[in-house]
Design a protein around this ligand. Sequence first.
Ligand SMILES: *Cc1c(COP(=O)(O)O)cnc(C)c1O
Length: 423
Amino acid sequence: MNLDKEIFNLIEKENTRQINGVELIASENFVSEQVKQAVGSCLTNKYAEGYPGKRYYGGCEIVDEVETLAIDRAKKLFGVEYVNVQPHSGSQANAAVMLACLNAGDKILGFDLSHGGHLTHGSPVNFSGILYNAIFYGLNKEGNLDYDNIENIALKEKPKMIICGASAYTKDWDYERLRNIADKIGALLLADISHPSGLIASKLLNDPAKFCHIITTTTHKTLRGPRGGMIMVGKDFENPFNQKFKSGKLKSMSTLLNSAVFPGSQGGPLEHVIAAKAVAFKEALDSRFVDYSKQVIANAKTMVSEFIKLDYNVVSGETMNHCMLIDLRSKNINGKTAEDILQAGDITVNKNMVPFDTESPFITSGIRIGTPAITTRGLNENNCKKIVQFIDEILTNVNNLDRVNEVKFDVNNYMRKFPMFKV
Ligand SMILES: *Cc1c(COP(=O)(O)O)cnc(C)c1O
């Protein structure tokens, strides 16, 4: 039936890989059938540059309703006044925010990539570090944020924007403290909640909406929607740095953000993805999603304590969210080797820099592990103990491929007991 055998055979192979393996990449998840159907729908055919009611193309009446539903559901889910669901990705969302708020060369203060931050928070290889003057804060020796240190840097350097949020930080954030720091120097505070947004929507972590000027997120990580981004503002306000779109008077942040997404940095929105975002938001508004988020955290905490029992060095010694960082230096394995050998056992993790890493970003000294995807497949605390045993068995047999193959066989049999997510 499928004429393009090459591609559809590959999709089938990827499907088998996902079913047989243990997916522990902290930024991944498995979407529901309805989310997948929306992404694969006829909405992909539609051009809709602009916003609901103000489009540059005809025939947008129905996608207007789709996008409006997505916005309304996101507002309810996060308790915010303004939402833009058009960013194609988390990186695009951050690019639009910076375009709306900064001039080229302005100073931004972000969380160091090698300590758990993200490329778009000022890395020299990313637009954020190329266009803006980026400086960083990091973790202390214990692997925690040091807010006094952040305040000292901010008071000395006076960045125009402070960015909080991370791709690999296992503690919660004190948004109130960061807002106090930002207010002392008149800086804007951006919270990038790409990783924990599902847990925040479930009200299991601190709420950034009260304290941060702007919030960005992806929709495909703990939020369990399609790949994409989103921008939110808790309470709309006039942007104090309104140089970019000067018109003689201050413009509201929401107006500036809309302009910065389209036409500022994107063309037509992906209405099929926006429909899938709306489906995911509806799922996340259901109380079963809160149960899911609680299980995500319980599973991560269980894995951390199992790793500690087996003498692994867990960065900062605990987790309060969905992920953990394991420093493998005490086990004499680097991150790259660990990633490769675990993959040979059909366990997918990613190598990751650990604070004060002595290896390059291509090798690294650690791995990052997350529980959102396996929790979606129905694994509980007991199952997570078993997964840690599989990981330990593989990592203690790095040079014994026969043994790794045996474990892989057990892993495949174990995972086939857990069906993919259906709603
Ligand atoms: C994942 C992530 C992003 C980027 O998301 P993409 O959709 O991959 O562009 C941005 N910020 C943080 C903190 C992230 O973890």
